[in-house]
Structures are given as structure tokens and as C-alpha cells.
Write a protein that binds this ligand. Structure first.
Ligand code: SF4
Length: 288
């Protein structure tokens, strides 16, 4: 992958941001790779030499990585920092790096740091539940230590004390409890994902179409209906159904504007391979 510097940032900053801090050890799949869509992994592998990313797009993730590095070095009694655990499933090595394990009576509580925007905390993320439950399964099946709880330590990058909307985080860092799965459910999930990745690899080698990314994997936003009035810039209210929006628009003597949901991972090229993706390119060509 080529790293560009479109803003002409100073060389030391570029060198720091471009450094690859990430390692998955001697495993074939990290937990996050296992969870990510097989199509993205295959296309990234295929187009690695042609992929480009501007260094400014690496800032957010690298700031998180720097903080992880600092936290990893901070040893406090009763806590185990950054431990990578390996296991083998059907001959494939999987590993997960656990940020923190807090020793509690009868076991540990797994804690994962997330450096996020407030909306992630407001919406909650299914991915967090899946990731932490795979860590739980690793700790219980490999280390044979019972897991008593799962928590996200969310550090909010864009916190605003003035925002009092429902679900908005109470402070710049909050602890979020994550529901726990049983090990049978988690192992079934891991095996299913492995099979998907294996099939994608074989199909891709034979030139067959890759399994489409799902709406969830594409970070599809919801279509909403905005009630608006002439002369007013912002919407009066947003609705999930056109019926509710139409009813208010009639009362307010306004009109309804449809804001169509979009696959944000594709449109923002957060997967890095949108220009080679037939699924997404096909959609653009249809709507163009
Ligand atoms: S462009 Fe969208 S559909 Fe295609 S690989 Fe990326 S996320 Fe998946």
C-alpha cells in the first residue's frame, strides 16, 4: 500500500503515522480479521500494491494505537496488560490481543479500550459484543480462567459537555458493560466466520464472485424522512416512516425530504478497496 501526503505534513509526523504498529503474531487470523468481511480481506490482498491512503486518514487510528502503547507499559497490580492468546480451530491459528484483564474473585473481567466518537457510544456497537465474547472464549478455553465480566472503556474524542441528548455519554470516558455469550454460541460464530473466509479464498482463486458484504458490514445508515419548511434551513423533525413525516408536514404546512441511507464504509472508502469492488461499483453505475 502506498502512503500519500497530500497536505505536505512534516516528514517526522508522516514517518510516525506511517509506522506499522500492528502485529497479529504467528496467527493466520486475528479476531478483528475474522470478524471483518471476507470480500474486503481478499480484495485488499489482491490490490495491495495499488492501494493508496493519505497519511491524514491514519491519524485517528494511530492516536488510538499510541494510547494503547502507553497503556500497555503502565503496569498496575491486579491487572494483566495486552496479552495475545492463540488457539487452533480446524488447523487454522487464530489470535486475539486483549487490552486488559482485571483479576476479580473467581476469575477475570476483560476490558477493551476504544477511542471513539460520542455517536458510537450512543448507538452501541454489535461488533464490540462479538469481539469481547471471542476474547472471553479464548481466555476460558485456552487459559482456563473463568470470565466474570466484559467491559468497554470508551474514551470519547469529541465529547461535548453541552450535549444532553438521550444516550449521550456522561463524561469524556465511560465504562460500558457488554452482555456475555456462552462458549457454544461463540465457538459456532468463530467456525462460521472461518468457513466464510476459507470459501472466499478458494472462490477468489478460481475467479468466482466474492460473497457480497452485508448492509451491516457496509455500515448502512438508515433512510430517514425530514420534515422541512420553506425558509428554514434545518429540518423540523426526522422520522423513520414517511407516514409520520407526512402527517407532521401537513400540520406544519411544510414538505418531506427523503434522506436515503448510504453504505458509509463503501462511500467513504473506509474498506480501501471500493474502486475495485464490483458490488459497490455496480450500484454507483446503476444510480449514476
Ligand atoms: S466497497 Fe463496500 S461492498 Fe465493496 S468491499 Fe468495500 S465495504 Fe464491501
Amino acid at each position: 500500500m502506498k502512503i500519500t501526503n497530500e497536505q505536505g505534513l512534516p516528514a517526522p509526523l508522516v514517518a510516525l503515522l506511517a509506522r506499522d504498529f500492528y502485529t497479529k503474531g504467528a496467527s493466520q487470523y486475528s479476531v478483528t480479521e475474522l470478524m471483518s468481511p471476507p470480500k474486503i480481506r481478499r480484495l485488499r490482498e489482491q490490490y495491495d500494491a495499488d492501494m493508496e491512503i493519505d497519511v491524514t486518514k491514519m491519524i485517528a487510528s494511530q492516536l488510538g494505537t499510541f494510547m494503547h502503547g502507553k497503556l500497555e507499559a503502565k503496569e498496575v497490580e491486579g491487572y494483566t496488560n495486552e496479552e495475545r492468546i492463540f488457539t487452533e480451530v480446524d488447523g487454522v491459528v487464530i489470535s486475539g490481543a486483549i487490552d486488559l484483564q482485571q483479576q476479580v474473585e473467581g476469575g477475570v473481567v476483560i476490558i477493551d479500550y476504544k477511542f471513539v466518537k460520542a455517536w458510537s457510544v450512543k448507538q452501541g456497537k454489535d461488533d464490540w459484543t462479538t469481539q469481547l465474547n471471542i476474547y472471553k472464549w479464548l481466555v476460558e478455553s485456552v487459559k482456563r480462567v473463568p470470565v466474570k465480566g466484559l467491559q468497554i472503556c470508551a474514551i470519547i474524542k469529541d465529547y461535548s459537555a453541552h450535549d444532553t441528548s438521550e444516550g449521550y455519554p456522561e463524561a469524556e470516558a465511560v465504562m460500558i458493560d457488554i452482555p456475555m455469550w456462552d462458549s457454544v454460541t461463540t465457538e459456532a460464530y468463530v467456525r462460521k466466520r472461518l468457513e466464510m473466509h476459507r470459501n472466499a479464498k478458494v472462490n477468489h482463486e478460481f475467479g468466482e464472485e466474492l460473497q457480497a458484504c452485508t448492509d451491516e458490514e457496509r455500515w448502512m445508515s438508515e433512510t430517514v424522512f425530514a420534515v422541512k419548511r420553506e425558509g428554514r434551513k434545518s429540518a423540523i423533525r426526522l422520522f423513520k416512516t414517511i407516514e409520520e413525516a407526512t402527517e407532521l408536514a401537513e400540520k406544519e404546512k411544510g414538505y418531506v425530504e427523503t434522506r436515503k441511507g448510504e453504505p458509509k464504509r463503501c462511500t467513504g472508502d473506509f474498506c480501501g478497496v471500493s474502486k475495485w469492488c464490483k458490488q459497490y461499483q455496480g450500484e454507483i453505475n446503476v444510480t449514476a
